[in-house]
Write a protein that binds this ligand. Structure first.
Ligand code: ADP
Length: 308
């Protein structure tokens, strides 16, 4: 039985162009390829959880513009529920303008949060009942932080377990972290949050202590292809990643967090959930793209059977 869960966070549209070189200031370059697709950490994580079988609702905010249809269209295509989508009348849908040098794969990116930086008390109120009815609330740091703080407070008050994926990193108040069930930084964010460079079990453990001092209950630090440091239920270890041929690790963390949310909602403990999440992430890195490359439950179950 899967309990209800909610993702409160960003949805954006990625606009990506490739060219023989990146333009310098004032230069116009003729590109060779263009694509657009849904993104935003909140959206990617929600898509991953939905594909993995969670009863998940996405609370996010879009502009009233053509780009919003990219996000809404994909949600419809994937069968995601859209009843907690909010709209801003004048701000644009969040966008990432990505330029990629096809020779070197270097990129330049401009991110415009747009509507995702305008969450209000009304937006939260519209989703409050859904959050209270959820077993877990998953947050990232890609929207206006005052809204995150209020969403976390509302959830904690209702006894809903709060998970914070601390990406992209920004300083967080002690109040925000106090009483949080779980944080899931990657190694870079863990260092930014704690000042401790995470290189091995010992340093990860020391970084986890810093989160514990702030009142966080459990800590997972993702370590890319090396796996994930798990500090939960009084035990600490690095769970190695599944060995796969990675083609695109964009969104690995998002796949991981969506998978984690799904497993926790099904009552798995954090160790089992971390393994499930690692499988979701390992499957996602074998495909191009983020939101649209999240694996189905069937693929995840089969992968786990083949990798006991
Ligand atoms: P982020 O994308 O936030 O930087 P990480 O790079 O730490 O996150 O990756 C998150 C998780 O995705 C890892 O803990 C691991 O389980 C999985 N992962 C990432 N890269 C690979 C890879 N090359 N092979 C297998 N699993 C991977």
């Amino acid at each position: 039985m899967s309990q209800k869960v909610t993702v409160f966070g960003s949805a954006a549209v990625d606009l990506m162009a490739r060219a023989s070189h990146l333009p310098t200031a004032g230069e116009t370059v003729c590109g060779s390829f263009f694509t657009q697709g849904p993104g935003g950490k909140g959206f990617n994580q929600c898509a991953a959880a939905h594909r993995a079988g969670a009863d998940v609702a996405m609370v996010t905010k879009l502009g009233r513009d053509s780009l919003s249809h990219v996000t809404l269209g994909v949600m419809e295509e994937l069968g995601m529920r859209r009843d907690y989508i909010r709209f801003h009348d004048t701000a644009s849908t969040g966008t990432a303008l990505i330029m990629v040098d096809e020779q070197t794969s270097q990129n330049q990116i401009v991110v415009v949060p747009g509507a995702c930086a305008t969450f209000t008390d009304d937006d939260l109120a519209a989703a409050a009942q859904r959050i209270r009815d959820s077993a877990y609330l998953l947050l990232q740091l890609e929207i206006n932080q005052d809204a995150n703080e209020k969403a976390a407070a509302l959830a904690k008050q209702a006894g809903v377990k709060v998970i914070i994926n601390t990406a992209p990193y920004r300083p967080m108040s002690d109040e925000f972290l106090q009483g949080v069930y779980l944080v899931t930084p990657n190694e870079v964010e863990a260092q930014e949050a704690t000042g401790i460079e995470v290189t091995d079990l010992d340093s990860a453990s020391r970084a986890a202590r810093v989160f514990y001092e702030k009142g966080v209950e459990n800590v997972l630090i993702t370590l890319g292809a090396r796996g994930v440091f798990v500090s939960a239920h009084g035990r600490e270890a690095i769970l190695p990643a599944f060995r796969v041929q990675a083609v695109d690790t964009t969104g690995a963390g998002d796949a991981f967090n969506g998978g984690l949310l799904t497993a926790l909602a099904e009552g798995q403990d954090l160790w089992q959930a971390a393994r499930f999440a690692s499988a979701v992430a390992a499957l996602s890195v074998q495909k191009l793209g983020a939101a649209l490359s999240m694996p189905s439950r069937e693929e995840i179950d089969q992968f786990l059977r083949l990798h006991p």
